[in-house]
Design a protein around this ligand. Structure first.
Ligand SMILES: [Zn+2]
Length: 369
């Protein structure tokens, strides 16, 4: 049997391969201690049942999240299902009865750079899209920015950033769903009212390297807003400069969350500039989003902080900089407990649908601004 992860987004180290059981470790982010994301290819010589044991799962960054997790399996790199996975508090055991000798295992359906480039080609051909490269990552990859709808006096500005944490691939699936729905005729009225800026991948270096949480310099990009620099965090430096140039009336930052098997929003609660009015707008947005998609919910999420928040987190930075409603949106890696009977849990398709469903909630919120 051969195991490889030397490809876009790949991550695994082989400890030991034996007849039926393979021992593995997830690699740490290239310049930090974070790890949890894995993605690797298996080439077997027969179709015998195989057990893959991830030996360092128990020390992973959000290890408790493995309790509601099932690994993703694909035979063609495109269609993914879940496969039997058990976590004993220390090791993660993935069992596969292969239907084909070659297959892939991953934490979630990967979002490749090829797909990113295909989407860029598709969007760039549309007259309503203005594509630009807002800057480059440390390793010289483009930070793609899409402006949908022309800016004009009186129009509001919506900013959406995704995948600051590169292992949270569902964030880029969400963005694709939103972008495609934005170009649907049904979104014309919305685009009369606002211009939407979208950065679907804030961290291309971390994405390519198979990192969980950091860029090539080991920086957690969602802990550097307002204090970024060109050397260590150019990704945030360029995007935050562009946001300051255009201003923002609504900001959404899209993530995945290992520990909580639900989709949820976290707002600017606790930031000094977070007013009662912003709290009301937050509640309105959440209520409309819940109507637009059954997986959005209000009962499970992060505890609401009562102050002393980290203003280098993008959502808080946005509240302080623009005084506008800002949201961190989180999606699960494994189970979606609003839909517990679905054997595939939260999927790329679910994330795309949730992205598309954000638009009516954005449209309703714009009316209140
Ligand atoms: Zn995140």
């Amino acid at each position: 049997m051969k195991i490889s992860a030397n490809f876009d987004g790949g991550n695994i180290d082989v400890v030991e391969i034996s007849c039926r059981t393979t021992k593995l470790n997830i690699r740490l982010d290239n310049a930090s201690e974070f790890y949890q994301w894995f993605y690797f290819k298996i080439e077997m010589t027969d179709l015998s049942e195989q057990t893959f044991i991830i030996e360092n799962a128990g020390q992973a960054s959000f290890a408790d999240g493995f309790e509601t997790f099932q690994a993703c399996l694909s035979y063609d790199g495109e269609h993914w299902t879940r496969t039997q996975t058990q976590y004993d508090g220390d090791k993660l055991t993935i069992t596969v009865s292969p239907k084909s000798k070659t297959f892939w295992l991953a934490s979630f359906e990967p979002y490749s750079w090829d797909r990113h480039e295909n989407l860029r080609a598709e969007l760039s051909a549309n007259a309503r899209v203005n594509h630009s490269v807002v800057g480059h990552s440390i390793e010289g990859q483009p930070i793609d920015l899409y402006q949908i709808g022309k800016s004009a006096p009186g129009k509001k500005t919506v900013w959406i950033t995704a995948r600051q944490h590169p292992g949270e691939v569902m964030a880029e699936w969400w963005s694709e769903g939103l972008l495609k729905r934005l170009l649907d005729p049904s979104s014309r009225e919305l685009l009369d009212e606002c211009t939407v800026y979208v950065v679907p991948n804030m961290n291309p270096d971390g994405s390519r390297r198979g990192n969980l949480r950091t860029n090539a310099a080991g920086v957690n990009l969602n802990r550097i807003w307002g204090v970024s620099d060109l050397k260590h965090s150019p990704e945030v430096h360029h995007v935050s400069a562009k946001m300051s140039e255009t201003g923002a009336d609504i900001v959404l930052d899209i993530h995945g969350e290992e520990m909580i098997p639900f989709c949820f929003l976290a707002g600017g609660h606790g930031a000094p500039a977070f007013t009662r009015r912003l709290a009301d707008l937050h509640d309105q947005f959440l209520a409309t989003y819940m109507q637009a998609h059954t997986s959005m919910q209000a009962d499970h999420g992060y505890p609401i902080p009562d102050g002393d928040v980290d203003l280098t987190i993008q959502t808080y930075w946005s509240v302080e900089t623009f005084g506008c409603p800002a949201f961190t949106l989180e999606m699960p890696f494994g189970r979606d407990d609003t839909n517990p009977d679905n054997p595939d849990g939260w999927t790329a398709q679910s994330a795309m649908e949730l992205g598309a469903a954000a638009l009516p909630a954005i449209q309703d919120l714009l009316k209140l601004l």
